[in-house]
Design a protein around this ligand. Structure first.
Ligand SMILES: CC(C)(COP(=O)(O)OP(=O)(O)OC[C@H]1O[C@@H](n2cnc3c(N)ncnc32)[C@H](O)[C@@H]1OP(=O)(O)O)[C@@H](O)C(=O)NCCC(=O)NCCS
Length: 199
C-alpha cells in the first residue's frame, strides 16, 4: 500500500460510515487482540451488530463526542474505511481536578495500512477536536500487552496509571497514557513540514 498513503483522507464520520467502521473494528480486534482476549469472544464479534451500535451513537451526536474516519483506496471498492478514532470529554477522569480532560476512546487501523502515518493523523484529528471543546489534557487507555503502547509512547504519551479490569471474559491489565497539557499531543502529531525541492 506504500505510495497510496497520499490518497488517504481523514474526516469527521457520519451515520453512513457505521458499516465501514464496524468492519474495521471486527477485523482489527480479531488480529490485535488474539492471544490477549478469549478466542470465542473474538470469533463471535458481529460486524452487523457492531454497525447497529455505531449507527446509533453516530446519529445521537452526543455533545463533545466525535468520530473521525480514515478513508483509503481499495482495489475492489474504490475507497473504503481503513481506520477510525473516537473520543470526547473523559468518561471517568484520570485525575481529580478542575481542568476538563479529554479521552481518546478507540483507535483502530487495518493491518495493511500500519506504519504509514495514518495513526498519527487520526490522533491529530481527535487531539484538535478535544482541544477545541476545551480539554486541557488528554489520555487513552490501552491493554498493557498491546504493541500500541509503544505508539502512544512514541507520540510522547506519559504512562500515568495502570489497573486490572475484567474485559470480554478475561482479566487484563490496562495502562493509561497522558498528554498534559494537550499541546504535547498536538505537537507530537503535527504534520511534517513539506520538503523544499532543491534545484
Ligand atoms: C496503534 C495504531 C493505530 C498505530 O497506527 P500507525 O498508522 O501504524 O502509526 P503511525 O505510522 O502513525 O506511527 C507513528 C509513530 O509511531 C511508531 N509506531 C507505530 N506503531 C508502533 C508500534 N507498534 N511499536 C513501536 N512504534 C510504533 C511509528 O514507527 C511512528 O514513528 P516515527 O515517529 O518514527 O515515524 C495501529 O498500529 C493499530 O491500529 N493497531 C491495532 C489496534 C490497536 O491496538 N489500537 C489501539 C487500541 S488502544
Amino acid at each position: 500500500m506504500t505510495g497510496a498513503r497520499s490518497l488517504v483522507t481523514v474526516r469527521r464520520a457520519h451515520a453512513a460510515d457505521a458499516g465501514g467502521i464496524a468492519a474495521v473494528h471486527a477485523e482489527v480486534w480479531r488480529n490485535a487482540y488474539a492471544g490477549i482476549l478469549p478466542a470465542g469472544y473474538l470469533a463471535r464479534l458481529s460486524p452487523a451488530r457492531l454497525a447497529a451500535g455505531y449507527r446509533r451513537s453516530l446519529s445521537l451526536r452526543e455533545p463533545g463526542h466525535a468520530v473521525f474516519v480514515a478513508v483509503g483506496p481499495d482495489p475492489e471498492a474504490g475507497f473504503r474505511t481503513i481506520g477510525f478514532v473516537s473520543g470526547g470529554r473523559a468518561r471517568r477522569p484520570l485525575r481529580d481536578g478542575a481542568a476538563p480532560q479529554g479521552e481518546v476512546e478507540t483507535l483502530y487501523l487495518l493491518d495493511d495500512w500500519r506504519e504509514q502515518g495514518v495513526g498519527r493523523r487520526l490522533m491529530r484529528a481527535i487531539a484538535a477536536h478535544l482541544a477545541a471543546i476545551g480539554c486541557r489534557s488528554a489520555f487513552v487507555w490501552a491493554l498493557s500487552d498491546n504493541p500500541s503502547t509503544h505508539f502512544y509512547r512514541r507520540l510522547a504519551g506519559r504512562l500515568a496509571a495502570r489497573e486490572r479490569i475484567a474485559f470480554a471474559g478475561a482479566e487484563v491489565e490496562q495502562s493509561a497514557f497522558l498528554w498534559s497539557p494537550i499541546e504535547a499531543l498536538l505537537a507530537a502529531t503535527a504534520p511534517a513540514p513539506r520538503r523544499e525541492i532543491e534545484g
